[in-house]
Design a protein around this ligand. Structure first.
Ligand SMILES: Cc1cc2nc3c(=O)[nH]c(=O)nc-3n(C[C@H](O)[C@H](O)[C@H](O)COP(=O)(O)OP(=O)(O)OC[C@H]3O[C@@H](n4cnc5c(N)ncnc54)[C@H](O)[C@@H]3O)c2cc1C
Length: 468
């Protein structure tokens, strides 16, 4: 990279916050995405505020240098891996937290992790009711940029449902505020759908390809204190699927609910059973692992009775092993997913949403591809919000076996094609989906023209949003 550009970056953020040192570049060349190759950027810059971010983007735009926004670096689909010749803009110094108790909202900088925020809100008996299972490192803004979900999503939906507004620096350095705070006289974040179209939504799931989010305003809620952890057994997937739908219809507040096939549960038990003190059990064909949460004890007691009644009406049975859902919920800040790392696997993940009643269609597609390609993997997921189920199947490979890695990459694209045909949808427009999405040409053209309009020089995380 031109030395003049580095000097200008230093002018913007100071010497301590720009680096071209090989060891630093190496650190930023990778992310938690084990299934993607690392790429060295040319420079890493760590701005302290929105104005510095704006100055960096103006500079990058002038010189047509690719920019990759990076927060926690915990994303799993290669989206934060730098481009050749790029500047990584690391946002962890933007760590302000502002609480608006009367508005039941909070505004946080791009460097605030879920862990940091939870510690802060706990003191006020409040919380953000959705946590990704990477909460200690993942930022709220990073999760909004990928449109994530996690424990808590079974009642609240994806993280997007909690967003009230964003401060965004556009590729040309313009700073915009969306939602009610666009009015400088507003008391704070209280309404997302203000001032016309939902501009906030444009940046949710945009993977750093339309601008850099510097602040996000979120809904917060009173902290739940009452939980019940339960497992329920069913003989068929139809019963388990119907169970999730009936719980919603009856307003049972399931904060985290997953359906496990018996064979996948056995697989997980091998990895985690002992650590979570889950007793040996002959698991049924389908197990629903569920945490019900409520603010009030009487509400919780009522929900537990209703859930058990619905289970029996569907000819299921209450298993009574609570350690599994308790582990999933209580450990949501430290994560179940880390077990894969602990066991030394690398993987490709295929995040997608399915309807609960079509849960079996995703399971079928995942197994067919795993069997055809001879791969090991899993089929886990969890219910998310009104009528969707978030799957995060992994296809594992041995990182020293290049042939197997190539096989996993092919299987991954093939699986996305098959899932699309089942009616599933991705929540981030990762490039591999595009190969399988032939019927959506007009939509994709629209996304392309949007990207061109906002980012005519194509500097923002090129190649990541649907390959654009
Ligand atoms: C063990 C483990 C468990 C996980 N569990 C979950 C889970 O339960 N749910 C879930 O949703 N995800 C999960 N993930 C994936 C990951 O944590 C999420 O994708 C997370 O939202 C990424 O946030 P981050 O701050 O690390 O962002 P990064 O990885 O730094 O960036 C992610 C994307 O957002 C863009 N971006 C980052 N910051 C900005 C910004 N300020 N403005 C604009 N764009 C930006 C980047 O360019 C990139 O495209 C898990 C990951 C791990 C390692």
């Amino acid at each position: 990279m031109d030395g003049k550009v580095i000097s200008e970056l230093i002018e913007i953020v100071g010497t301590d916050y720009v680096s071209t040192r090989p060891d630093v570049l190496l650190t930023y060349s990778a992310s938690a995405s084990t299934g993607y190759d690392s790429v060295l950027p040319d420079a890493v810059v760590r701005p302290a505020n929105t104005e510095q971010v704006a100055a960096i983007l103006k500079l990058a735009n002038r010189h047509k240098i690719p920019v990759v926004a990076r927060s926690g670096g915990s994303s799993l689909q290669g989206e934060v891996i730098p481009k050749k010749g790029s500047i990584v803009v690391e946002l962890m110094r933007l760590d302000d937290i502002e609480l608006f108790e009367d508005l039941r909202s909070i505004k946080v900088g791009a460097g605030v992790t879920f862990g940091m925020l939870d510690k802060y809100l706990n003191k006020h008996n409040l919380w953000l009711p959705v946590y990704p299972e990477s909460s200690l490192v993942c930022t709220i803004v990073g999760n909004v940029a990928v449109n994530g979900a996690g424990p808590g999503s079974s009642s609240e939906g994806c993280i997007a449902e909690l967003v009230l507004g964003l401060e965004v620096v556009l590729p040309d350095g313009t700073i915009i505020q969306t939602g009610s705070e666009a009015n400088p006289d507003a008391p704070g974040p209280f309404l997302r759908y203000a001032f016309g179209p939902d501009v906030t939504g444009l940046f949710i799931g945009s993977l750093g390809s339309l601008g850099i989010i510097t602040n996000v305003s979120m809904k917060i809620k009173r902290r739940m204190k009452h939980f019940h952890y339960e497992t329920y057994g069913f003989d068929s997937s139809e019963q388990a699927e119907k169970f999730l739908i009936e719980l919603k219809e009856n307003d049972v507040n399931t904060v985290f609910a997953s359906i496990y096939e018996g064979r996948i549960l056995n697989f997980f038990m091998d990895m985690l059973g002992e650590e979570y003190e889950i007793p040996e059990h002959e698991w049924p064909a389908y197990t629903v692992s569920m945490t019900i949460g409520r603010i009030r004890k009487d509400q919780l007691e009522s929900d537990v009775v209703i859930a058990s009644k619905i289970c029996k009406e569907l000819e299921g049975h209450v298993i009574g092993i609570s350690q599994l859902p308790r582990g999933e919920w209580d450990d949501r800040m430290r994560t179940f997913a880390r077990s894969s790392y602990a066991h030394g696997w690398h993987w490709r993940i295929l995040y997608h949403h399915q309807t609960p009643s079509n849960w079996h269609a995703s399971i079928k597609a995942i197994w067919e591809v795993m069997d055809e390609y001879g791969l090991l993997g899993h089929t886990a997921g969890f219910q998310t919000g009104h009528a969707s189920y978030n799957f995060y199947p992994h296809l594992y490979f041995d990182p020293t076996d290049k042939e197997e890695e190539e096989k996993v990459k092919k299987a991954h694209v093939e699986l996305s094609k098959r899932l699309f045909k089942t009616g599933a949808v991705p929540f981030k427009l990762a490039p591999y989906w595009i190969e399988g999405v032939e019927e959506m040409k007009d939509y994709l053209k629209f996304i392309e023209s949007l990207k061109r309009t906002l980012d005519p020089n194509g500097i923002m995380n090129p190649g990541v949003l649907g390959g654009l």
